[in-house]
Design a protein around this ligand. Structure first.
Ligand SMILES: Nc1ncnc2c1ncn2[C@@H]1O[C@H](COP(=O)(O)OP(=O)(O)OP(=O)(O)O)[C@@H](O)[C@H]1O
Ligand SMILES: [Mg+2]
Length: 237
């Protein structure tokens, strides 16, 4: 479904990704882990069209989407839940969800908002509350629900548990597990590396812009030596 080939992305003189190749098959959950500054956010943002790569290609369902506009990618079925959630704090839960469906026709958007209310009872209970008043876990559920508004074929999640208390980390992992069981295709960046790899079918380890390991989620999670050498203190699990 997603084929990232030899991707290089730079910020001016800084090269954040050095020819990274990864792929995600339909129905798979893939974890991307690695220490701070490894280039994980850069990879997701490049795939989602927020950054333009210096080199390499991104293909989605067979089509070359390298350098495509984010809105066109959303229409094509690729949604990003960005780092730090980026929900609109002054808007209500419902308004945030409607914005997530801005590429949909009005009647689709209305019915999809109702579906989200059914899928996320926590959000239904806070329907008319300004998103700025949500707890971290509630805000993360809103960020995921907003991305699901367009029923994406591929969901990219950047640190969905960042800054959450341990009980709320559990809530988010339960949500990821639910999405997995629904057969959704996910590419997840996570600081809780062990947990993310255990959940995932496959995983990649990125360090200083280079892929340093790949394999089944279970194998990578079980490889303690690999963890110590490549992830070190980044594993919060
Ligand atoms: N806007 C920017 N301008 C310049 N350099 C940047 C910018 N954003 C990121 N970088 C650099 O690119 C590299 C990769 O950053 P990136 O945010 O992709 O890492 P990350 O793996 O997501 O890290 P973290 O775990 O801290 O979120 C780092 O060296 C970072 O300092
Ligand atoms: Mg990041």
């Amino acid at each position: 479904m997603l084929e990232v080939d030899q991707l290089t992305t730079r910020y001016g003189a800084i090269t954040a990704l050095h020819g990274v190749t990864i792929n995600v098959n339909a129905g798979e959950v893939v974890a991307l882990v690695g220490p701070n500054g490894a280039g994980k956010t850069t990879l997701l943002n490049t795939v989602a069209g927020l950054l333009r790569p210096a080199d390499g290609t991104v293909r989605f369902n067979g089509a070359d989407i390298t350098g495509a506009e984010p809105a066109d990618l959303v229409r094509a079925g690729l949604a990003l839940v960005p780092e730090h959630r980026r929900i609109f704090k002054d808007l209500t839960v419902e308004e945030n969800l409607r914005l997530g469906g801005s590429t949909l026709r009005l009647h689709q958007r209305v019915s999809r908002v109702h579906e989200m209310a059914d899928l996320f009872p926590v959000l239904r209970a806070k329907w008319s509350t300004s998103a700025g008043f949500l707890s971290g876990g509630e805000a993360q559920q809103l960020a995921v629900a907003r991305a699901l508004m367009c029923d994406p074929k591929l969901l990219l999640l950047d640190e969905p548990t960042l800054g959450l208390a341990p009980t709320l980390v559990d809530v988010v992992f339960d949500l990821l597990d639910r999405l997995r069981k629904e057969g959704r295709t996910l590419l997840v960046v996570e600081q809780n590396a062990t947990r993310a790899l255990q959940l995932a079918d496959r995983g990649y380890i990125l360090r200083t812009g280079h892929l340093v390991a790949e394999g089944s989620g279970a194998d990578l999670a079980a490889d303690q030596g690999l963890f110590e050498s490549f992830i070190g203190g980044a594993d919060g699990a």
